[in-house]
Design a binder for this molecule. Structure first.
Ligand code: PXP
Length: 246
């Protein structure tokens, strides 16, 4: 079963644009979780323009399913994750000024920190996922570092789909297929995320199945505005469930 982890950062961005609690994140989480395959992702960034550090505890208290906190494992974020004990932490190599995570963790980038963080999270029984490019060498590096899962960065695949460049789409899918297969062989869970949407998700899941988790924020938030929350979630859940092999 693929978990559809809904990234609620954009809901928080909207809330933060005015004083007050509109939209209320906790209400949204409760409604999102009425759809059985849904989990929740948050990505608290250092400038707190999205989900804020102080949102984490109330969110933890209402989330009943999978709770994924992603971000660069700074001391400030790691301490909070260790004390909250969500289901999972996804480690990303974000620069401080980045608009959105636009590349994976590459071998050689803070390797010692990565091992240290994995040890801490493993000891706290928090699943560790590493956001990486779809590259088998990077998958092997992730496995050696002690992670439980890799989240394959799908931004380049999504760009290829947007430009309708079929050769590039196929090339990207081949890379993702090999990386996913390599991860499964090494005993890692396979996650995918970034710029996934109703147009590109189905083909991705068919080609790379079985995928344990897809993490989707921006497009899904836009689709909630277009279709309404429940109808939007039905579209995504149908697509995700339909692509699971029997
Ligand atoms: N995965 C990671 C590691 C991310 O940083 C993000 C964006 O916060 C996503 C997935 C979701 O990307 P999108 O908002 O494009 O669906």
């Amino acid at each position: 079963m693929t978990n559809l982890s809904v990234n609620i950062n954009k809901l928080a961005l909207l809330r933060n644009s005015r004083p007050g609690e509109h939209p209320n994140l906790l209400d949204f989480v409760t409604r999102l979780e009425t759809h059985p395959i849904v989990g929740i992702t948050v990505h608290p960034r250092p400038d707190e323009r999205h989900v804020r550090y102080r949102d984490l505890l109330p969110l933890k208290s209402v989330i009943r399913g999978e709770f994924n906190i992603e971000g660069y494992p700074s001391q400030a974020l790691l301490q909070r994750v260790l004390s909250l004990k969500p289901t999972q932490m996804t480690l990303v190599p974000d620069r401080i000024d980045v608009l959105t995570s636009d590349s994976g963790w590459v071998p050689g980038f803070d390797d010692e920190l990565l091992k240290h963080v994995c040890t801490k999270l493993n000891a706290a029984k928090i699943r560790v996922s590493l956001f990486i490019e779809a590259n088998t060498e990077h998958v092997r590096f992730a496995a050696e570092s002690g992670v439980d899962a890799v989240e394959l960065y799908t931004g380049e695949y999504a760009k290829a789909c947007d430009t309708n460049n079929l050769t590039r789409v196929e090339d990207e899918l081949m890379k993702h297929q090999s990386a996913a297969e390599c991860a499964r062989t090494l005993g890692l869970r396979v996650h995918a995320g970034h710029d996934l949407n109703l147009q590109n998700l189905g083909r991705y899941l068919q080609m790379c199945a079985p995928v344990d988790e897809v993490s989707i924020g921006h497009a899904l938030t836009v689709d909630m505005l277009r279709f309404g929350l429940d109808s939007c979630l039905e579209h995504y859940c149908l697509l995700v469930s339909g692509c699971n092999p029997e």
